[in-house]
Design a protein around this ligand. Structure first.
Ligand code: C5P
Length: 234
């Protein structure tokens, strides 16, 4: 089994991200860089971290009209991250435009395509917040609806909470990549994550990729923390 852990480098500092990535090489499956990092450092910042050799998950959560998302996705695909994200609530046409653009760009460059993952409902959205924006039904119903729509649009995978992953796996079958944040080894602090799960439990419930930030990046010795997680999963 390849290492399923992508470490979330939640920083805007290129040197700090690069130092962490270099120190974790061989101990994690890849690194996740998000919107804050991208806004601060642009494509050059992504390239600087990617140059260290670990696969990159570029978490931008795009959401706009299909034409604009397709244009942005072409730029993302030129950076050749292993994974990237869009919002499923952007709709079928937007999701399809995103995957089509990612695949076309990769084909033109002779590379394997970036896998496009859809975010269903952000974990920061609870039932009252959903109703306030006019979405009816329960959060889980909405997650299910968007998962089906994403699969129909040809999306490669979904981001889900550890507590949804089992339901989502049953619905979408084995061909979608399920990426799960909110992961905490039993020995780590929860921080602000409320609904957490251990790495092994999340894999057993159907996760393919585990996004883990502070238990690694906030540890006194990040490489030791990553090694311990990898050993627990082996
Ligand atoms: O430090 P921690 O392990 O909590 O970091 C988790 C990472 O996953 C962060 O980059 C966070 O933004 C992201 N994330 C999350 N929950 C989601 C989606 C993404 O924690 N539902």
């Amino acid at each position: 089994m390849s290492n399923p852990v992508y470490v979330a480098l939640d920083t805007t500092d290129v040197a700090q991200a690069a130092e962490l990535a270099a120190g974790l090489s061989g101990l994690v499956g890849g690194v996740k860089l998000g919107l804050e990092f991208f806004v601060a450092n642009g494509p050059a910042g992504i390239e600087a971290v990617a140059a260290l050799g670990l696969p990159v998950f570029l978490d931008l959560k795009l959401h706009d009209i299909p034409n604009t998302v397709a244009g942005a996705m072409k730029g993302v695909a030129r950076l050749a991250p292993r994974y990237t994200t869009i919002h499923a609530s952007g709709g079928f046409a937007m999701m399809k435009a995103a995957v089509d653009a990612a695949r076309a760009e990769a084909t033109a460059a002779g590379r394997p395509p970036t896998k496009v993952l859809a975010v269903t409902i952000l974990t920061s959205i609870d039932q009252p917040a959903m109703e306030a924006v006019g979405f009816g039904g329960s959060v889980l119903d909405q997650v299910r609806r968007l998962a089906v729509l994403a699969q129909a649009a040809g999306i490669d995978g979904l981001v889900c909470s550890p507590h949804e992953v089992e339901t989502v796996r049953t619905m979408v079958g084995s061909d979608m990549t399920l990426v799960v944040p909110g992961i905490r080894p039993a020995w780590a602090e929860a921080g602000d994550q409320k609904r957490i799960m251990t790495p092994r439990d999340a894999l057993e419930r159907g996760a393919d990729i585990l996004v883990i930030g502070r238990p690694i990046t906030g540890a006194q010795y990040p490489a030791e923390a990553a090694r311990r997680i990898a050993e627990e999963l082996a």
